[in-house]
Write a protein that binds this ligand. Structure first.
Ligand code: HEC
Length: 172
């Protein structure tokens, strides 16, 4: 190895060590606030979305195996009320105090602009099954059956066109 290459390698190592020490000091001196009310860090949302997209992969190709009907929507509404409404709300009701205090805030799945009606059902099913780490969104893969998760998925995927009976079952 020529001495020029040697100095170059040393420079790269010094830069890496400098970066790690800097990152350590930044975090240990409070640069990353853990308060839910703190502003997001630069690039925090970008990195989180990138990691989430990569984890979901092509789960969106998976279609809902259940027939689309009122019985499945009603069952989905009952499950949603028990397991999801506390964070994701029900039609016509304000965000719960707990949901308002979270970071990131759970989207209100019956509120226009926060609904997931445009997402492929496979993606919503993936999120309900595996959860979203470091966000407060639980995974229900070990606690709810596949059928229950597909019923809830069907419900939130059609949140903008539910019958009065399903809305009543949601407790509106
Ligand atoms: C303890 C609170 C909590 C509960 C209970 C909860 N979630 Fe969530 N959920 C969250 C949070 C927080 C996020 C936002 C995650 C993010 O932004 O990365 C989220 C995100 C989601 C998303 C993605 C929304 C979007 O805009 O992409 C879906 C879909 C979802 N949850 C479905 C459910 C379902 C279905 C249930 C019930 C089976 C449920 N959640 C229960 C907190 C919760």
């Amino acid at each position: 190895m020529s001495s020029r290459t040697g100095w170059f390698v040393l420079g790269v190592i010094a830069a890496l060590v400098g970066f790690l020490v800097g990152a350590y000091l930044f975090v240990s001196l409070g640069g990353v606030s853990m308060e839910t009310t703190a502003q997001p860090l630069p690039l925090e949302a970008t990195v989180a979305h990138m990691a989430l997209r990569a984890s979901i992969g092509n789960a969106g190709d998976q279609k809902n195996p259940l027939p689309f009907n009122e019985a499945n929507l009603l069952a989905g509404a009952r499950e949603f009320k028990t397991h999801c409404a506390f964070c994701h709300g029900i039609p016509g009701q304000p965000r719960s105090a707990a949901a308002a205090g979270m970071f990131p805030k759970p989207p209100q799945l019956f509120k226009r602009h926060e609904m997931v009606t445009d997402d492929p059902e496979g993606v919503t099913y993936w999120k309900a099954t595996h959860g979203i780490r470091l966000s407060g969104m639980p995974g229900f893969g070990n606690t709810l059956s596949d059928t229950q998760r597909w019923q809830i998925t069907m419900l939130v995927a059609h949140a903008d066109k539910l019958s009065p009976a399903v809305r009543t079952a949601l407790g509106q």
